[in-house]
Design a protein around this ligand. Structure first.
Ligand code: GRF
Length: 200
């Protein structure tokens, strides 16, 4: 299966997916909206195709998404993975990749959609934080949930402390979710994802 990974920054989740050497998965390309995304250089060093499109060069979100779709589709992806891709996607983009587009979000959805999730969890006095891997639908940070991980929030934690604790869970869950998709173990049923290995 061909996988295209989209990143905006350091790409540690992308690295975790690459390093997992998932059977039957080929990382066809790593693409970004920023040519300076550190993860691009890491992927290129490993012989993975990389490319970027600067969203600021486009007049509209729709124009950027259309150009991105063209780049992505050149790799004939079975799965498109948003791994810290910090752009809101148009409904057209989400529809085009329906059922083969997954995202990681650093909160236990549906709590804390959007940005600054760990700061907001701390402000709210939450005792746990976490991450969610989900299929992407047109509504931001919604869509059928594939996996969630939870970590404690400890007294005196900063947002960075929480982020680091959550990130280590992200690095474990995201490659597993990609492996489950590639192996055909994920079935979408309404707003639920059934993992045929885990839920039967
Ligand atoms: C992750 O915490 C992800 O959940 C969030 O941005 C971070 C990306 O980190 N959306 P990285 O680029 O994978 O290192």
């Amino acid at each position: 299966k061909n996988i295209v990974i989209l990143i905006s920054g350091r790409g540690s989740n992308m690295q975790a997916i690459v390093n997992a050497h998932i059977p039957s998965a080929r990382i066809a390309a790593v693409l970004s909206n920023s040519s300076s995304a550190a993860g691009l250089a890491w992927a290129a060093e490993r012989g993975i195709a990389t490319d970027s499109l600067d969203h600021k060069a486009f007049g509209s979100r729709a124009a950027f998404d259309a150009a991105m779709m063209e780049k992505i589709d050149a790799y004939r992806p079975d799965l498109v993975v948003l791994a810290g891709f910090m752009r809101i996607l148009t409904p057209e983009f989400c529809t085009h990749y329906a059922g083969r587009l997954i995202n990681i979000h650093p909160s236990i959805l549906p709590a804390f959609t959007g940005l600054h999730t760990h700061e907001r969890a701390l402000e709210a006095g939450c005792r746990v934080a976490g991450c969610t891997i989900h299929f992407v639908t047109a509504e931001l940070d919604c869509g059928p949930i594939i996996a969630q991980g939870v970590v404690p929030i400890l007294d005196g934690d900063s947002a960075d402390d929480v982020a680091a604790r959550v990130l280590s869970v992200e690095h474990r869950l995201f490659p597993q979710a990609v492996a489950d998709f590639v192996a055909g173990r994920l079935k979408i049923s309404g707003n639920r994802v059934i993992n045929t290995e885990r839920d039967t």
